[in-house]
Design a protein around this ligand. Structure first.
Ligand code: HSE
Length: 397
């Protein structure tokens, strides 16, 4: 019998306990031995079918020699960071869905894992049930990865879909996303692009092998988005999606950012709806490969955690391909990046053309919505200075 522990029994932790029970036979076949959740670290003991496994003492897990893998689903940094450091240093593998911790402290935690010769695995931290991190560290390693972008926050995509397709109100859909276990404990991180930003950092770290720290990454969410722009974009053949993006820059270095984009209906990303995520990885041999699946929720996220548990047990040695180096100072401001831009202004098409030269007008009344030619973010800001800008988004086409 192989024993594991879970820290935290929220949406993901509960999913892990249930999945280990539900798929016990197939997991046993893969491991050659049965797997059990022996202990669950709680802040308070609750009435639950798993009550007999609950403990309030971290030492019960840290000092139990039978526990080989610990699943951290506490979330946030403080306690999760402290416990993870101690567990790794004590020679236990740690598996997590905690994107904030991986984005902010992952390099240090992986260093501790390396010194102790164990695994720190975090497939569940990006894209819920989609195995995209394994693609970056294993199945696409023959490539030089040049870009990774996608829809990385299930809650925002769920809200956008329900507001635009079903005319639902923001607050109602957000409540629904919380009830379904999609949203963060503090959903501000979802709707302000911070959660997608953390995931973008993790993708960048693994894709390029150099740390992209969250404080450098501009993060804009859907909170300020107007349905008026969604309507104009749709009529012009674009979906509006919250996109996290990281890429190599032509002069060297790399950039990353999160923002709502107009995504051309020609791109499959524009059809990713509801809680689904999709991540596109552009390798120099494969070109674009897209990964699609449920990006949040109990069972998809638990699937990634339990798969990592099995992997840590199957391959118990630390794996160097999962680490990344310290920030080398080569992060480039995404304002240097060129693309077409969407603007809605309080003004006429003539005002738009006077500022930008060639523009594609999408709608004109008292306000004008238009697309620019390809310009850098910096140029877009400079050229739009004389205009009364009501909305501005990049275009992915
Ligand atoms: N709150 C996150 C989301 C959960 O909505 O995508 C999965 O990381």
């Amino acid at each position: 019998m192989i024993s594991i522990a879970i820290m935290g029994l929220g949406t993901v932790g509960t999913g892990v306990v249930k999945l280990v029970e539900e798929n016990a036979a197939s997991i046993q076949r893969k491991l050659g031995e049965p797997l059990q959740v022996k202990s669950i670290l709680m802040r308070r003991i609750k009435e639950s079918p798993y009550q007999s496994k609950m403990t309030l003492k971290f030492a019960d897990i840290l000092e139990d020699p039978e526990i080989r893998v610990v699943v951290e689903t506490i979330g946030g940094v403080e306690a999760a960071y402290d416990y993870t450091r101690q567990l790794l240093a004590a020679g236990k593998h740690v598996v997590t869905a905690n994107k904030q911790l991986v984005a902010e402290k992952g390099r240090e935690l992986l260093q501790i894992a390396k010194e102790a010769g164990v695994n720190y695995l975090f497939e569940a931290s990006v894209g819920g049930g989609i195995p995209v991190l394994h693609a970056l560290t294993q199945t696409l390693v023959a490539n030089r990865i040049d870009e990774v972008y996608g829809i990385l926050n299930g809650t925002s995509n769920f809200i956008l879909t329900n507001m635009t397709r079903n005319g639902a109100m923001f607050e109602d859909v957000l409540r629904d996303a919380q009830a379904k276990g999609y949203a963060e404990a503090d959903p501000t991180a979802d709707v302000q692009g911070i959660d997608a930003g953390r995931k973008t950092c993790i993708l960048a770290n693994l894709a390029f092998g150099v740390e992209v720290t969250p404080e450098k990454v501009p993060m804009e969410g859907i909170a300020e988005l107007s349905l008026k722009d969604v309507g104009i974009a749709e009529a012009a053949g674009y979906g509006v999606k919250l996109v996290g993006r990281t890429l190599r820059m032509p002069g060297g270095g790399r950039t990353a950012y999160v923002a709502p984009h107009l995504v051309s209906r020609e791109l499959p990303l524009s059809n990713v709806e509801d809680v689904f995520n999709a991540v596109v990885v552009r390798g120099n041999a494969t070109e674009e490969v897209m990964f699609y699946g449920r990006g949040a929720g109990e069972r998809p996220t638990a699937s990634a955690c339990v798969s990592d548990v099995v992997e840590a047990l199957q391959n118990p040695k630390y794996r160097p391909e999962i680490g990344w180096q310290q920030d080398d100072g080569a992060f480039v401001d995404p304002a240097q990046l060129s693309s077409r831009f969407y603007f809605r202004i309080a003004g006429s098409a003539a005002d738009a053309a006077a500022a930008f030269g060639q523009v594609e007008v999408l709608s004109e009344s008292e306000e004008t919505a238009f697309l620019t030619e390809s310009v850098s973010g910096e140029q877009a800001d400079q050229l739009s200075q004389p205009l009364k800008v009501l909305a501005r988004m990049r275009v992915l086409a």
